[in-house]
Design a binder for this molecule. Structure first.
Ligand SMILES: [Zn+2]
Length: 331
């Protein structure tokens, strides 16, 4: 009994460091959320400035949960960068000054507790696998469509990060040789079609260059559509806007064909679809992804062994996955 009580008392923190906000959850060992904290990242303050903001956000969450930071068993961090085994964050394009920065050592020293970090999309995938839409799966692929197209792979319980610690960048699998330009510099990446930035390129061309009519023109005042909100896409979809329906249909077709290749390569029993676009329009888009995937897997019947589901954790996925990563690493 004493041992059970001791386990019940264990507390963890999961911290999601994003380009615009830092979000912290305090949880029990089984992932029940006891409190939260939220701070603007202020990434322009550089690495040390962001570390200070992380400390403040953790304190706020601890206060909310009525837990002392010193009593936390371990702290998990999800960050928008590949993470090396020694805790170095290699590069984070949206975070000025983040080039080979000592993320884990800096936070462990500042926070005084064991810290474990993982790439944010990997953490989100782990969160869904353990506490969300992936529960009960063994091999899972997460595909998250927002501004970009994030991906994560869990193979029989283990996150796949590769020998280079940078694997599972599923948005940059090339699906169209010499295709549409991607933000990474290559052409024809999945992200160039199946993401808001990719769809935005098509909107910019069709509305701006060809003068094609769309509700987007009245609902999105900026001339550049590459930052268009998911809620605006949802409104246009519901109004049966032809351009938006065609473009989201194209995005789902590419995503389904990408998913089919992942099924052919890995044979996952589950694929989780998440991110802002699926949070807004998941029920409508899921069948489009499934039908494209079903038509492109090999062997042809193998699609039947994979279940497509919508993500369940929303904005909590990265923080919860970071907490799970810390819980498993701390033992
Ligand atoms: Zn790319």
């Amino acid at each position: 009994m004493a041992e059970t009580r001791a386990t019940d008392d264990v507390r963890y923190a999961g911290i999601d460091i994003g380009g615009t906000k830092i979000y912290t959850l305090i949880t029990t060992a089984d992932g029940t959320v006891l409190g939260s904290g939220r701070k603007k990242t202020k990434s322009e303050k550089g690495f040390e400035g962001v570390m200070e903001r992380v400390g403040k956000c953790l304190n706020e969450a601890c206060e909310d949960a009525d837990v002392k930071a010193a009593d936390l068993r371990a702290i998990g961090v999800g960050a928008p960068s590949p993470i090396l085994p020694d805790g170095t964050a290699v590069h984070a394009p949206n975070m000025p000054g983040w080039q080979n920065v000592p993320l884990v050592p800096a936070l462990a020293e500042r926070l005084g507790r064991p810290v474990y970090a993982e790439n944010d999309v990997n953490a989100g995938t782990l969160g869904e696998y353990t506490l969300g839409a992936g529960r009960g799966a063994r091999t899972l692929v997460g595909l998250f469509m927002g501004t970009g197209l994030g991906g994560g792979i869990i193979y029989r319980g283990e996150l796949v990060t590769g020998e280079n610690c940078q694997a599972a960048e599923l948005g940059h699998m090339i699906l169209q040789v010499d295709g549409r330009r991607c933000g990474c510099g290559h052409r024809g990446c999945l992200e160039a079609y199946a993401s808001k930035s990719g769809m935005g390129r098509r909107f910019n061309y069709e509305i701006g260059m060809l003068g094609r009519p769309s509700r987007l023109e009245e609902l999105w005042e900026e001339k550049d559509y590459s930052n268009v909100k998911s809620s605006v896409l949802q409104t246009c979809w519901e109004a049966e806007d032809e351009l938006v329906r065609e473009t989201l249909g194209e995005a789902c077709r590419y995503l389904g064909i990408g998913a089919a290749s992942l099924i052919t390569a890995l044979g996952p029993d589950r694929i989780v679809l998440g991110g802002g676009v699926f949070e807004a329009l998941g029920t409508e888009l899921l069948p489009l992804v499934e039908s494209a995937a079903a038509a492109h897997t090999h062997p042809p019947g193998s699609f039947q062994d994979t279940r497509f589901v919508l993500a369940e954790l929303g904005d909590d996925a990265v923080a919860l996955g970071a907490m799970v990563h810390a819980r498993e690493a701390a033992g």
